[in-house]
Design a protein around this ligand. Structure first.
Ligand SMILES: Nc1ncnc2c1ncn2[C@@H]1O[C@H](COP(=O)(O)OP(=O)(O)O)[C@@H](O)[C@H]1O
Ligand SMILES: [Mg+2]
Length: 235
C-alpha cells in the first residue's frame, strides 16, 4: 500500500456572500496517496479550486479536518501554515502567476530564496530543473517573451524546484491549445515519475482526465465518483 499523504475528513466550506451563506463543499472525505497522479473533475463552480486551496493551506475549512501525513492543518498557527505551504506544496495555476519582472531562472530560483537558500548553492539545481522542462535556452527571458506553454513549463519548474511531496495544479492546461496541453501533461507525468511528487490537478478538460491514474468527480461541492484509471499515467 502506498503511504497516505493527505486525508480530508468531512470537510465543508461555507462562504458568506452578503447576508447569505453558500456551501461550496459538503462534508468531503478523501485520501491522497504519496506519489498520486490524479484529478478533480467537474463543471465550473463544483468546488475544485476551493478544494485545492484547502489542501494547499491557502484557506481553512469551515468544519471538518485536513491532515498532512499525521498533522492536522487546523491546529497549525498562521506561521506554521505558511511553513507547511513553503516546504510541502508546489502550486501551478491556470494563469501561470509568474513574476513578470524576473527571468525564467529567477522565477524558478525564487521559492528556494524564500526557504533561505543561497543563490550560488542552488544555481545548478535551478538550471537542472529549467533544463528538465526544456527551457535552458530561454533561462534569461522574461515571461512576456514566452508562449503560454513555455510559461506553464516555468511554473512547473518553480513548483518542483523545492522537491515538494505534493503539487497542486488548478486547471493547468485551461489556457493552452491541444498540442501544448498534451506536452504539459506528458511533462507532468514524466516528472511525477522522476521526482515522486504527488500531482493533483483540477480540470474539466477531457485530455487531462485520460492521463491521470485516478479521477474524482465533483458536483455542487460533493464527490460524485472516485475511480482508478488503470490505463492512466502510463504510456
Ligand atoms: N471567496 C468566495 N466567496 C464566495 N463564494 C465563493 C468563493 N470562492 C468560491 N465561491 C463559490 O463556491 C463555489 C465553488 O467555487 P470554486 O471552488 O471556484 O469552483 P470551481 O473551481 O470548480 O469552478 C462557486 O459557486 C463559487 O462561486
Ligand atoms: Mg476553479
Amino acid at each position: 500500500m502506498e503511504k497516505k499523504l493527505i486525508k480530508l475528513s468531512e470537510v465543508s466550506k461555507v462562504f458568506k456572500v452578503g447576508e447569505e451563506n453558500f456551501t461550496a463543499l459538503h462534508e468531503v472525505s478523501l485520501d491522497i496517496e504519496s506519489g498520486a497522479f490524479m484529478s478533480f473533475v467537474g463543471p465550473s463552480g463544483s468546488g475544485k479550486t476551493t478544494l485545492l486551496n484547502l489542501i494547499g493551506g491557502l484557506d481553512v475549512p469551515t468544519t471538518g479536518n485536513i491532515y498532512f501525513k499525521e498533522s492536522g492543518l487546523s491546529s497549525m498557527s498562521r506561521q506554521q501554515m505558511a511553513q507547511y505551504r513553503r516546504e510541502n506544496i508546489g502550486f501551478i495555476f491556470q494563469t501561470y502567476n509568474l513574476l513578470p519582472v524576473y527571468s525564467v531562472y529567477e522565477n524558478v530560483l525564487f521559492p528556494l530564496l524564500l526557504k533561505g537558500s543561497k543563490e550560488k548553492e542552488v544555481r545548478d539545481r535551478v538550471m537542472d530543473i529549467v533544463a528538465k522542462v526544456g527551457l535552458s535556452d530561454q533561462s534569461n527571458k522574461r515571461p512576456s517573451q514566452l508562449s503560454g506553454g513555455q510559461c506553464q513549463r516555468v511554473a512547473i519548474a518553480r513548483a518542483l524546484v523545492k522537491d515538494p511531496p505534493l503539487i497542486l495544479a488548478d486547471e493547468p492546461t485551461a489556457n493552452l491549445d491541444t498540442e501544448n496541453s498534451l506536452q504539459i501533461l506528458e511533462l507532468m507525468r514524466e516528472l511525477n515519475r522522476q521526482y515522486k511528487a504527488a500531482v493533483v490537478f483540477s480540470t474539466h478538460d477531457e485530455k487531462v482526465t485520460r492521463y491521470v491514474r485516478r479521477e474524482v468527480k465533483l458536483e455542487d461541492g460533493r464527490i460524485l465518483s472516485d475511480k482508478n484509471n488503470l490505463n492512466g499515467g502510463s504510456k
